[in-house]
Design a protein around this ligand. Sequence first.
Ligand SMILES: Nc1ncnc2c1ncn2[C@@H]1O[C@H](COP(=O)(O)OP(=O)(O)OP(=O)(O)O)[C@@H](O)[C@H]1O
Ligand SMILES: [Mg+2]
Length: 342
Amino acid sequence: MPQVRDIAMDVGTSHVLIYMRGRGLILREPAVVAVDRDTNRIRAVGSDAYRLLGRTPANVQAVRPLRQGLINDFELTRQMLLELVGHALNGRSFFNRPRCVMSVPTGVSETEQRSLISVMFDAGMRRTQLLSRPVAAALGVGMEIDKSYGAMVVDMGAGASDIAVLSGNEVVVGSCVPVGGDYFDDAIIRYLRKKHNLLIGERTAEEIKISIGSAMNPTGHVAMDVTGRNLISGLPKTVNISASEIYEALKDPVADLIDAIQGVIERTAPQLASDIFEDGIVLTGGAASLNGLPEAIYQVLEIPVGVADNPDSCVVLGCARALEDTPEMRDLLGDGRKHWFR
Ligand SMILES: Nc1ncnc2c1ncn2[C@@H]1O[C@H](COP(=O)(O)OP(=O)(O)OP(=O)(O)O)[C@@H](O)[C@H]1O
Ligand SMILES: [Mg+2]
């Protein structure tokens, strides 16, 4: 029986989102944990820990327990999930434990998947079922994926991009590549170090990407002041950086993404590929918001590309749809394994 308090969850490498039946999206927190290295105790989780990223006192370290689509530190991931789910349930204990449909990074191993399910049991869930990222993303967009028709979705998060061709509720061809928002940030860091001898942190790189980053050569002159550390003098320095420079920095990483998408299309059966040429590619995930990305993909592949509305919530909303107790969704979740990439 479906319960009012059942939850859907997207455990991302940069954000954790929780949706509760009857209440909607109730939590969106950075996937960051601040640890006291002297005592190994958790000092803060989520946005409180994110504020400490890159500027922590010596003994406190703010870390992201998931990176590049993988679990880096299982114990910290466990503690983060217990804390965030506890926060979402808000101390309520349920007569009937709620059920959970959850999506985790595609690189998480089967052993880790089982361990995460038991973490969710400890967090108060009765039963936790896993849904693969691209299936969840497509459901969240409202795509019809149960037909024997080809549909393509690219879910671009911070750590990775899941590129998938879906048909008959399954991933028929898929690939998960470590090309996401972090990869773009790293390219900006490298570029500024090389071109301006300027050392910046990952938060600054992300701010630059969101403010003036683009996958297409910018037309007008847009620029911003960036403060970092001069690598030669070792002193703080502010440099005016233009959008065209950031475009230069992002050109290769964007090309890597397009190559990966092309690789998946090349492995797709002709009939399904022609469905995709007709209907286009849907981009989801936070990194899909990079300016000019649909145009850049279209320029190379000549396939229509669109970004979903609220791209960073698609996966959690897809898991929420899968919570509905219909025969279709029961079939979709199955034993939770057949939708994983082979
Ligand atoms: N407007 C924007 N332009 C470019 N990038 C953006 C924008 N907004 C968010 N991002 C990027 O999106 C990424 C976060 O996306 P999201 O929250 O979907 O990731 P995630 O689901 O936690 O990660 P993953 O799916 O890889 O596990 C970050 O790298 C962030 O910099
Ligand atoms: Mg994601």
